[in-house]
Design a protein around this ligand. Structure first.
Ligand SMILES: [Zn+2]
Length: 478
């Protein structure tokens, strides 16, 4: 009887040992990618803890090791630093400090096994900054590594392990960053449904390039992305709180006319900046502002891409919309390279030499769609003031817009102007033409190149427009 009992106990004990202390190859491998070479390390499981052979791990990572058998001290060294591990103890030393890992390195037969869960914390102290760890893999590459993505109120800072090389593409509300020769940990940096500046951040890693798509909050506008040391700084500006207009009963449509386009570049700046591009950009910004602030107004653009639209086509289009306002957006130019500032025109017979000069330049678009012989005889300055019932309204609208600029930039004020612009002539609605800045002036050409400045100019036009609409609505709904 006793013999049987002993046998049962013995059997149970060995089964217990078998189940709970079984040292086996777990069936998995831990991969080490060291530049172009890949090693697959057996993963051992002991009491539920996963280990790899420390000697193989160190050599796969090209690290120097030494083992003092009497003290059971295992030393691993790299160019960067060293660690000293103690077999059967979770404590270890590195650069004069003592640390603790979650499981101790252990003997197994003639092997020394190292716990996989501590690979990152321990080897991070000796491996280069671009080492990338995850549950099944350790990658040592010459790729840069994204170390952190920090978000401030109007800035995103991406810190890398070296000087970044990247390109940016921008969309309505997102930015695409293409980072050459860079690794990004897709899981670590992914952001979903945030309420802050970054709403969504989607990193993806291809062989040797990373892409990061950032969707940002609608109250922000992308400003620029620049490299600064080992970081990329993406800056934004917060859109100013805009005046809103709701429940308009008379006014239905705002026609925004981006001057020139296609084969007609408009004026060209000293560094080659084309007026047509700036006009379209500011017109689009104005459209966005109106869409956001005046919910029941429609916005019609005479052009929404870089294409040629004749002056006649522009007014014809505008006249299809009753109860509308017409705003033409341009950049000014002068032979005098120091001339700068903002001018708002409304239609009338040209009054001064300056006004005539601007008028002739803007009307020169006509020459792009007329045969040679017709250009000479065209008298586009003629305008019968008596026929323009909208003259007063146009001058009020121009005044409101001009005032907004003058409030902000007193020094550059060039005032309200009258001229016989062809594009305003056939319009049966209040119509103005805004010369936002002098593209011929080096300083203003540079300012125009900045999105922030173009946004500001569009905002000024919007502010003036809203003030005018309030007055115009009142008059027409009496
Ligand atoms: Zn123009």
């Amino acid at each position: 009887m006793k013999g049987i009992q002993n046998a049962i106990i013995k059997y149970a004990l060995s089964a217990f040992i078998l189940i709970f202390s079984l040292t086996v190859f777990s069936g998995e491998y831990f991969l080490i990618e060291n530049n172009q070479k890949t090693d697959s390390l057996l993963v051992y499981a002991i009491d539920g803890v996963r280990y790899v052979d420390l000697n193989i791990l160190s050599s796969a990572l090209s690290l120097t090791t030494s083992f003092k058998k009497t003290q059971e001290e295992y030393r691993i060294e790299s160019e960067k630093s060293y660690v000293i591990l103690l077999i059967n103890s979770p404590y270890y030393k590195s650069a004069g400090n003592v640390y603790k890992m979650s499981n101790a390195p252990v003997y197994h037969k003639e092997l020394i096994l190292f716990p996989l869960s501590s690979v990152k914390s321990v080897f991070d102290k000796i491996l280069p900054d671009n080492a990338v760890y995850n549950d099944s893999k350790l990658v040592l590459t010459s790729l840069l590594k994204i170390k952190s993505i920090e978000e401030k109120s109007d800035e995103i800072k991406i810190v890398l392990s070296g000087k970044p090389s990247f390109t940016v593409e921008t969309g309505e509300r997102d930015i695409l960053l293409f980072l050459k020769n860079t690794f990004v940990d897709e899981n670590k940096f992914r952001i979903k449904n945030s309420k802050k500046l970054i709403r969504v951040l989607e990193p993806s890693c291809d062989k040797d390039e990373s892409t990061i798509i950032i969707t940002y909050a609608p109250e922000y506008e992308f400003s620029k992305a620049i490299a600064s040391g080992d970081s990329i700084i993406i800056s934004f500006f917060k859109r100013a709180k805009i005046d809103t207009l709701n429940n308009l009963s008379f006014l239905k449509t705002i026609i925004i006319d981006a001057g020139h386009g296609g084969k007609d570049p408009g004026a060209i700046g000293p560094s080659g900046l084309q007026e047509k591009t700036m006009n379209l950009d500011m017109a689009s910004r104005l459209k966005k502002l109106i869409n956001a602030g005046c919910k029941n107004l429609d916005v019609v653009m005479t052009r929404d891409k870089d294409e040629f639209v004749s002056l006649a086509q522009r007014t014809q289009l505008a006249n299809k919309y009753p109860n509308s306002l017409f705003i033409s957006i341009h950049c000014n130019a002068s032979k005098n390279k120091s001339t700068k500032g903002f001018e708002t025109y409304f239609l009338s017979t040209a009054k001064t030499d300056w006004e005539r000069a601007v008028e002739a330049r803007e009307n020169s678009s006509l020459t792009f769609d007329l045969p040679e012989e017709e250009r000479k005889g065209l008298d586009f300055i003629l305008w019968d003031l008596a026929q323009n019932e909208f003259l007063t309204e146009s001058s009020r609208l121009a005044e409101y817009i001009q005032n907004e600029y003058e409030k902000k930039y007193k020094a550059d004020n060039r005032g309200l102007k009258q001229a016989g612009f062809y594009v305003l002539k056939g319009n049966y609605m209040p119509a103005v033409l805004v010369e936002t800045a002098f593209i011929s002036n080096k300083e203003e050409e540079k300012k125009l190149k900045s999105k922030d400045y173009r946004q500001e100019l569009s905002q000024l036009i919007y502010n003036g427009l809203v003030k005018y609409i309030k007055e115009y609505e009142k008059k027409n709904t009496k």
